[in-house]
Design a protein around this ligand. Structure first.
Ligand SMILES: *[C@@H]1O[C@H](CO)[C@@H](O)[C@H](O)[C@H]1NC(C)=O
Ligand SMILES: *[C@@H]1O[C@H](CO)[C@@H](O)[C@H](O)[C@H]1NC(C)=O
Ligand SMILES: *[C@@H]1O[C@H](CO)[C@@H](O)[C@H](O)[C@H]1NC(C)=O
Ligand SMILES: *[C@@H]1O[C@H](CO)[C@@H](O)[C@H](O)[C@H]1NC(C)=O
Ligand SMILES: *[C@@H]1O[C@H](CO)[C@@H](O)[C@H](O)[C@H]1NC(C)=O
Ligand SMILES: *[C@@H]1O[C@H](CO)[C@@H](O)[C@H](O)[C@H]1NC(C)=O
Ligand SMILES: *[C@@H]1O[C@H](CO)[C@@H](O)[C@H](O)[C@H]1NC(C)=O
Ligand SMILES: *[C@@H]1O[C@H](CO)[C@@H](O)[C@H](O)[C@H]1NC(C)=O
Length: 294
């Protein structure tokens, strides 16, 4: 113990800064959360480097813990990567957002592939309220449905949002994601029941700063709401049921560089307007027999 105190004292004298105690405690609570929703026997596999001390030396959550990146100056957590942390194929978990409140400087949060089904929050809709600097959020490969949209819609600093392979439909939402005006990258692929009419309900027409939009495997036939996305550079529409007439909307997307229309088997006629910046076009496995005006 006294050795540890001497080290702590020396560190303070030399201006060494460890990670913030409040964030360190919160990280250990996040670890407990993932363990509590995992199957028995996985405790040692879940975030093993997140420990109080390592060989008798105090362990610094900024320097020593996997998936944690801090700001070098403030020593506050900037990035949290928690891909496939919950180890269970059977149990869904409700994400407790209170766990993330202490991370006021968090810019990137990755919760990919964790079997998360909903959000638990004491303070309704204020959930992500403290995450004012969050720019990148990855919730891909979970079980979230439309009930998460009002929470996400409060994260107005987001520039990248990954929601691939969830159960978003856009049928039960008023505003969708319409508030996320700084969003540049949005991945909604593999939400198989989005269907065309829901694109407007999801608020896509308001996301005029979007540069990349992935709507692969969403079950859509037409492209309502996309005409206003003038800054779009990359658009993935693969594996849908897009029909000929609906592509007229693309004429307004003059900045488009990459367009993937592959696996749209109902697309029999291709008539693309002038897309002066187009560099890559994928028409693999479409039903196309006639091409006009490329
Ligand atoms: C780290 O924090 C300082 C002080 O708040 C800030 O000026 C700097 O931009 C931050 N660094 C990064 C990489 O965000
Ligand atoms: C959610 O996390 C907070 C903060 O750690 C905790 O106080 C609260 O009890 C948790 N709620 C549930 C339902 O687990
Ligand atoms: C959406 O997810 C929430 C949280 O898991 C659940 O309570 C609700 O029943 C789901 N809604 C639908 C329509 O499946
Ligand atoms: C989507 O998630 C399901 C269940 O988690 C998984 O079985 C499936 O392979 C995933 N789909 C893709 C395209 O990754
Ligand atoms: C899509 O809707 C069908 C029919 O309601 C349902 O069986 C299926 O589970 C839904 N798929 C997803 C990914 O939500
Ligand atoms: C979305 O766009 C519509 C039509 O331009 C507008 O009436 C509405 O206020 C916008 N919503 C938000 C949240 O910006
Ligand atoms: C799309 O372009 C057409 C032709 O230039 C124009 O009339 C229409 O208003 C545009 N639509 C939107 C939503 O910008
Ligand atoms: C797509 O084509 C199939 C087979 O021709 C047809 O059954 C289906 O109704 C078409 N879907 C749409 C949305 O046009």
């Amino acid at each position: 113990m006294s050795l540890i105190w001497i080290i702590v004292l020396m560190n303070e004298i030399h201006g060494y800064k460890a990670c913030l105690e409040i964030e360190r405690t919160a990280l250990l609570e996040i670890k407990s959360f993932f363990i509590s929703f995992s199957d028995i026997g996985y405790d040692d596999d879940i975030l093993p480097s997140w420990v109080g001390e390592d060989d008798g030396m105090p362990s610094d959550c900024c320097d020593d813990w996997e998936g944690v990146m801090c700001n070098a100056t403030t020593r506050r957590v900037m990035q949290l990567s928690l891909t496939y942390t919950k180890r269970s194929h059977l149990r869904d978990a409700t994400l407790n957002m209170s766990l993330f409140h202490p991370f006021e400087e968090l810019q990137s949060l990755d919760l990919f592939l964790n079997g998360l089904a909903g959000i638990y929050e004491n303070r309704a809709y204020d959930s992500f309220g403290s995450l004012k600097q969050l720019k990148k959020l990855n919730l891909g490969h979970n079980f979230f449905n439309d009930s998460i949209l009002p929470y996400l819609n409060t994260l107005t600093s987001l520039t990248t949002l990954i929601l691939s392979n969830n159960s978003i439909e856009g049928s039960r939402t008023k505003q969708g994601l319409a508030n996320l005006r700084y969003l540049q990258v949005l991945d909604l692929s593999w939400n198989r029941n989005i269907t065309s009419g829901s694109l407007t309900r999801l608020g896509l027409a308001n996301l005029t700063n979007l540069k990349e939009l992935d709507l692969g495997s969403c079950g859509i036939t037409t492209l309502q709401g996309l005409a206003k996305l003038k800054n779009l550079e990359v658009l993935d529409l693969s594996s849908n049921y897009i029909i000929h007439g609906s592509l007229e909307v693309l004429a307004n997307l003059t900045n488009l560089q990459v367009l993937d229309l592959s696996y749209n088997r109902n697309l029999t006629t291709l008539g693309l307007a002038n897309l002066p910046n187009l560099k890559a076009l994928d028409l693999g496995y479409c039903g196309i027999t006639t091409i006009q005006g490329i």
